[in-house]
Ligand binder design. Structure first.
Ligand code: KG4
Ligand code: ZN
Length: 347
């Protein structure tokens, strides 16, 4: 089955073609980051308008790369949520319009399920069951994954998501949006011993996270340096390093607990923050200690992309799931543990 995947939930237009027999045939991405950077964050209306400009040319590009005509598509999958409603509508309307014209099935899929299963596109995909750490700009969750659509939420952030915390810390440090990669780059030059921020919610049992307090610690450190006229580039790097160490350490502690609690030996790490190299290094180390293994998507599939949507859509479409004709879905808030395994149950 050849499935076209469409991702438009936020500030990236992603399109890909996944063949259930041959794997990923093509993928293309247009990032709006430069456009939103001017405003310090994503402007929803600008995002929707830009998706309308980028999506059709990207679809053409992917078909050309895969050497397929539209008529050779078997189905279309699109991100139905969670995300910005206007942005989601662009993908949903395009997918439904094309599917109607071509007379093929179409399915709206969950964005975080896409992130969760993105490592399945790699050469050595993880087998079920596994623990997944989902760390993006909007979510921080630990999930026990027993199969496609069989998810048990183990813990999540009670306030800011890890990526959101990175973005906010970046702003305080005078770095551009999106801040995660920039904070990570700055932290490389920082001294890990100069500041120590707390590891929130690690002093009590449980697998929930809280990252909003780290904002206050970051701001306090910056203000103190400012007051002492010491806020130069090396000092900024020290703050970035302390912040990154605190987030990474907290994530690692909770992953370790989740592996212990479930007794599982496979850990999937996905979502934008999974691109963070220090996080990967520390998780690798933890996994090695307990003869467990960590799995990640390749770099460009850590952040939003069409390939993960095509992949998840293909699995569910294969199992017979599809949207009702003409009923497109755009669901801005959609808890992932409300998802179910496909009725034909290949999970
Ligand atoms: O998954 P994603 O592309 O979009 C959402 O669905 O949210 O994640 C984007 C988030 C942003 O907050 C960005 O700052 C963060 O992932 N991010 C990183 C890194 N690369 C991206 N955070 C820390 N270190 C990185 N290297
Ligand atoms: Zn995402």
């Amino acid at each position: 089955m050849r499935v076209l995947g469409i991702e438009t939930s936020c500030d990236e237009t992603g399109v890909a073609l996944y063949d259930t027999e041959r794997g990923l045939m093509a993928d293309a991405l247009y990032s709006q980051v430069a456009m939103h950077a001017e405003f310090g964050g994503v402007v929803p209306e600008l995002a929707s308008r830009d998706h309308t400009r980028r999506l059709l040319p990207l679809i053409e590009q992917v078909l050309e790369e895969a050497r397929l005509s539209r008529g050779e598509l078997d189905a279309i999958a699109y991100t139905a949520g969670p995300g910005l409603v206007g942005a989601l509508m662009v993908g949903a309307a395009t997918a439904h319009g094309m599917a109607r014209a071509l007379g093929i099935p179409v399915l709206g899929v969950h964005h975080m399920e896409g992130h969760l299963l993105a490592p399945m596109l790699e050469d050595e995909p993880p087998a079920f069951p596994f623990v997944a750490l989902l760390v993006s700009g909007g979510h921080t969750q630990l999930v026990e994954v027993k199969g496609l659509g069989r998810y048990r939420l183990l813990g999540e952030s009670v306030d800011d998501a890890a990526g959101e915390a990175f973005d906010k810390a970046a702003k305080m440090l005078g770095l551009d949006y999106p801040g995660g990669p920039q904070v990570a780059r700055l932290a490389e030059r920082g001294d890990p011993g100069r500041f120590r921020f707390p590891r929130p919610m690690t002093d009590r049992p449980g697998l929930d996270f809280s990252f909003s307090g780290l904002k206050t610690h970051t701001l306090t450190a910056i203000r103190q340096l400012e007051a002492a006229a010491e806020l130069d580039d090396p000092a900024r790097a020290d703050v970035a390093r302390a912040f990154e160490e605190a987030v990474v350490d907290t994530l690692v502690i909770k992953c370790r607990r989740a592996l212990d609690q479930t007794g599982l030996k496979r850990l999937v790490v996905a979502g934008g923050v999974s691109a963070n190299l220090r996080l990967r290094e520390r998780l690798e180390h933890e996994c090695a200690k307990r003869s467990a293994r960590a799995y990640y998507p390749r770099g460009r599939f850590c952040t939003d992309n069409g390939a993960m949507i095509a992949y998840v859509g293909a699995q569910r479409l294969l199992a017979g799931e599809r949207d009702e004709i003409g009923v497109m879905k755009a669901v801005p808030r959609w808890p992932m543990d409300s998802l179910e395994a496909p009725a034909s149950g290949q999970a």
